[in-house]
Write a protein that binds this ligand. Structure first.
Ligand code: ADP
Ligand code: MG
Ligand code: ZN
Length: 472
């Protein structure tokens, strides 16, 4: 019997506003525990929240970039639950009138993933389990989040991977979040069900909460999919519940029964007014959106003539894409892409380093060198050597080289090559006898004599001309 996988995702993205969503405490990560708190974010009775307008702005940008409609009036609600990470015993979120709705993302499979909604809410504190007991750090409490909820439209693990990677990249290009999954600033709740092929109704789903690595999301879906099939094949019902993925053993286990929205007793947050967004605001934010990854990729391929695979590698890293564009300014973009991928990428060992994108030499410096090459002041060999040395030493051109040292010496290339040809009759005759590679030895001699300052193609042409003359 064959089964179909059904997945829906709820993705939390921590917004990188300077201050929290309902107070002016800083949102910085890694400070000493409970140092960035106040009566509002600690939930003291009587402390009143005030909505940080930057949060609305960031969330609208995220909505526009994912094809969402923007609600001109949305509403804040209380989601009630009792847990030590939430001192108020309710989270301020949005329930039935979210800020953004009806969006979507097209995937390369041709499938469109519908985005049901994006709402704004506050994050909870963080529990830290120690040998002495549980400690709570409320610094994260009140950090602004958006939650991006899809319909159950995913049909394969590959689609999930593409969506999460793409969503993460979009948020990073928008600069609304650093989306560091390992630090928890982007995390996914993964809802999974299976059904027999041909069945039109959905099966019962389970939910894997707070997944913060794309590769673990993919592994977890795979094992949960198999587990559910196994349950069904053994005639056992799937229980709607929250499960946890155990990385070390690559299996999922039950955490608790799934709560329904009625369990949260949602009601309108009485301490906050409705959230209004004007047409003018939406238009201004839409006009100021940066170029998004898909458009950038298309431009690199269509306008720059870079092949798609290479373009993708650059677009994956916003900081490096920015560097690349500065470096490619006014020169042949394919040559710039080549320098980028062969030499600049070599400066980094890990993906994180590429994401940071700190190149030891300014983009303007490499741009200058590429201009020299375009003007014929550096040949291809010299260009490679110069770029490589600059990046290795972390210095600009002038700190290491002068242009004079690459100027071709005044030589009569034709005379030089004639001399080499007449000095090496054996090589010439084996070349003429069909051993085409023999010519390499002659070119090599000429390169040596010109100290690599002359373009190898020109040398090759001169050697061939000299051979023609001998033969004639
Ligand atoms: P809740 O708010 O109670 O978690 P929702 O109906 O809002 O429930 O759905 C939450 C997520 O679960 C959504 O991303 C949705 O796409 C997904 N989902 C709903 N039903 C299924 C299903 N049968 N299989 C897989 N995912 C599902
Ligand atoms: Mg949920
Ligand atoms: Zn505060």
């Amino acid at each position: 019997m064959s089964y179909e996988l059904i997945v829906g995702l709820e993705t939390h993205v921590e917004l990188s506003t300077k201050t929290k969503i309902f107070c002016s405490c800083p949102t910085s990560f890694g400070d000493s525990p409970n140092s960035n708190c106040c009566p509002v974010c600690l939930g003291f009775p009587g402390a009143l929240p005030r909505l940080n307008r930057a949060v609305v702005e960031y969330a609208v940008k995220a909505g526009l970039a994912t094809d969402c409609k923007i609600g001109r009036v949305s509403k804040m609600d209380r989601k009630n639950y009792v847990y030590p990470d939430l001192p108020k015993a309710y989270q301020i979120s949005q329930f039935d009138r979210p800020l953004c709705y009806d969006g979507g993302m097209d995937l390369s499979s041709g499938n469109r993933i519908r985005i049901n909604r994006i709402h704004i809410e506050e994050d909870a504190g963080k529990l830290i389990h120690t040998a002495q007991g549980v400690c709570i750090d409320y610094n994260r409490g009140g950090t602004p989040l958006i939650e991006i909820v899809t319909e159950p439209d995913f049909r394969s693990i590959e689609e999930v991977r593409e969506y999460v990677e793409n969503l993460r990249l979009i948020m990073r290009y928008l600069d609304v979040s650093d989306c560091k999954m390992q630090e928890g600033s982007m995390r996914c709740d993964v809802n999974i069900s299976v059904r027999r092929k041909g069945e039109t109704r959905f099966g019962t789903r389970t939910e894997l909460k707070n997944m913060n690595s794309i590769s673990f999301i993919c592994k977890a879906i795979e094992v949960e999919y198999q587990r559910q099939i196994d349950e069904i094949e053994h005639g056992r019902p799937i229980v709607q519940e929250t499960r946890r993925y155990v990385e070390s053993g690559n299996y999922t286990e039950s955490m608790r029964g799934k709560e329904d929205s009625q369990d949260y007793r949602y009601f309108r947050e009485p301490d906050l007014p409705l959230v209004n967004v004007s047409d003018a605001e939406v238009e201004a934010l839409a006009a100021a959106l940066p170029e998004l990854p898909r458009a950038k990729l298309n431009r690199y391929v269509d306008d720059f003539g870079i092949n798609e695979k290479e373009a993708r590698q650059i677009v994956r890293y916003p900081a490096l894409a920015k560097y690349f564009e500065a470096m490619a300014e006014g020169v042949n973009p394919r040559q710039a892409a080549n320098v980028m991928l062969t030499y600049v990428f070599r400066c980094f060992e890990t993906d994180e380093q590429k994401e940071e994108g700190c190149v030891p030499v300014a983009a303007e410096e490499l741009n200058r060198v590429l201009r020299y090459a375009a003007e014929g002041k550096l040949n291809q060999n010299a260009l490679k050597k110069v770029v490589d040395t600059m990046l290795k030493e972390g210095k600009g051109f002038d700190a290491i080289f002068t242009l004079e040292q690459f100027q071709a010496p005044e030589i009569d290339l034709s005379a030089l090559c004639k001399g080499i040809v007449s000095d090496n009759p054996k090589i010439v005759s084996s070349y003429l006898g069909g051993a085409e590679k023999a010519i390499g030895a002659l070119i090599g001699q000429a390169m040596k004599a010109t100290k690599g300052a002359v373009d190898p193609a020109a040398i090759r042409a001169a050697i061939l001309a000299a051979i023609e003359e001998v033969r004639a």
